[in-house]
Design a protein around this ligand. Sequence first.
Ligand code: HEC
Length: 155
Amino acid sequence: MKKILIAFSAALFMISCGGPSGGYQPGESEEAGEKATIEDYDPHRGEGNFKDYQPPAKLDATMAANGEKVYDLKCASCHKLSAEMLVGPGWKGVTELHSPDWILNFMTNTDEMLDKDPKAQAMLEICMVRMPNQNLTDDDAKNVYEFMRKNDGVK
Ligand code: HEC
């Protein structure tokens, strides 16, 4: 009985904090009306150095392994690899939720994106913790992205 209760509350938590089935609607932010208020901001790409990033066609195992090291050190305290929320949303399915550029720019430009991006702001409202900038280099970010792809079943 206890187990069931725990599983149930975990599921509730998940729903409450923007997992893949979460509380905000991807795409909602891309309405023309929103764009007019935030000029020059592209909610598909986010804000930062990354533009039209093409991940390797096949999973790059070395990059993913390096990304996992960064994850263990800097992200695991707040992000689970399942869809379950910890402090931030779980990462299962995250690569299907946002474009590669959005994720890479969020990782490397967290503060600006939290200030400007409708999807990031919706998450912030639900999670109520502002993700601190993790000072990732562009290479770290690419490696973590590759690790996220691995976690999402890319081979
Ligand atoms: C102190 C807790 C914390 C740490 C550490 C942290 N994050 Fe976050 N992260 C969050 C929170 C909270 C959110 C939701 C947005 C918000 O409220 O700021 C988030 C959101 C995200 C998102 C968007 C997720 C989605 O489902 O749309 C990505 C991507 C992300 N973080 C990557 C990272 C990476 C990469 C690291 C490690 C280098 C990291 N985070 C470390 C708290 C954290």
